[in-house]
Design a protein around this ligand. Structure first.
Ligand SMILES: Cc1cc2nc3c(=O)[nH]c(=O)nc-3n(C[C@H](O)[C@H](O)[C@H](O)COP(=O)(O)O)c2cc1C
Length: 263
């Protein structure tokens, strides 16, 4: 392992040994600061030194975060690493083994060509007076690799479309996680190109058959001159979870839903 990798590993394990000392809020044991949003929403941000901890799988999942696509530049993964990342993307929960997703791979040159297409489309749309953002074009142009995840659904007697869409979301997230676990910067984007009919036609996305773009996953390296990676506010899981007892009472008899006399 190169020296910088060793140093990073040492920093990560130091950080995780510091984990136990940060229980002051009783909400997460990871080094963090408490954040209250302008609207009073409570949450936390992890300290930058523990972001994307790769020494332990569970700590990686607890500390991973994305790098925004304007900060993602070459190099991306080579073909061998891409194959491993793609394999991970396909290893997701999938009720009925329907594989309700497929992929389009854009290597660096493809990203530039696709960005040219987006620019032409953007110009055509803005001539019509529609307000669209140029950022998706710029970030597409500079990306070393984009994996487009297409969600597709089929009619099935037992498996609703909703579950098939969820599986596509899982494919996006596994792709993101795998890229980040391999040490790459990655970002799940959609934006107007994911919803524009001309772009979808260009990419062969069959909307009539229920296909949708679930995400453009940008994968590469964080640019050297990017500001230090910080966290964004995360919710405390405790603020989002209730026990069954809180919902239905100690005996479950508080619920009137089975009485059948709501009318
Ligand atoms: C379906 C979906 C679409 C998204 N589209 C965009 C987007 O177009 N532009 C963007 O900056 N972030 C987008 N995001 C948000 C980022 O991918 C990401 O959630 C955010 O930057 C924080 O991510 P982290 O928890 O991985 O650090 C999208 C997220 C999801 C789940």
């Amino acid at each position: 392992m190169p020296l910088c990798g060793l140093l990073r590993l040492a920093a990560a394990s130091l950080a995780s040994s510091a984990i136990c000392n940060h229980m002051e809020n009783g909400m997460t044991d990871l080094p963090h600061k408490l954040i209250i949003s302008k609207r009073g929403k409570r949450g936390f941000e992890l300290e930058p030194e523990v972001l994307n901890t790769r020494s332990d799988i569970l700590d990686f999942l607890r500390t991973r975060r994305s790098v925004v696509s304007p900060e993602i530049v070459p190099p991306g993964p080579d073909e061998a690493m891409l194959a491993r990342i793609m394999e991970a993307a396909c290893r997701v929960p999938d009720h009925g083994k329907l594989t309700p997703w497929r992929f389009i791979l854009f290597r660096a040159e493809d990203c530039k060509r696709f960005a040219d297409f987006l620019r032409r489309r953007w110009q055509a749309l803005t001539e019509d007076g529609k307000e669209l953002l140029e950022r998706p074009i710029l970030v597409t142009q500079q990306a070393p690799l984009i994996v487009t995840v297409i969600s597709r659904v089929m009619d099935h007697p037992k498996i609703p479309h909703w579950e098939q869409r969820l599986s596509a979301g899982a494919a996006c997230h596994n792709l993101l996680l795998a890229a980040q676990a391999a040490g790459y910067a990655a970002h799940w984007r959609t934006g107007w190109p994911a919803y524009d009919e001309e772009v979808l036609r260009h990419l062969g996305v069959d909307t009539a058959a229920g296909e949708r773009v679930a995400g453009f996953i940008h994968i590469g390296t964080r640019r050297d001159d990017a500001p230090p990676l910080t966290d964004r506010r995360r919710p405390f899981w405790q603020d989002l979870a209730m026990t069954y007892e809180e919902v239905c009472g100690a005996t479950g008899e508080d619920s009137e839903s089975l009485d059948g006399d709501e009318a």
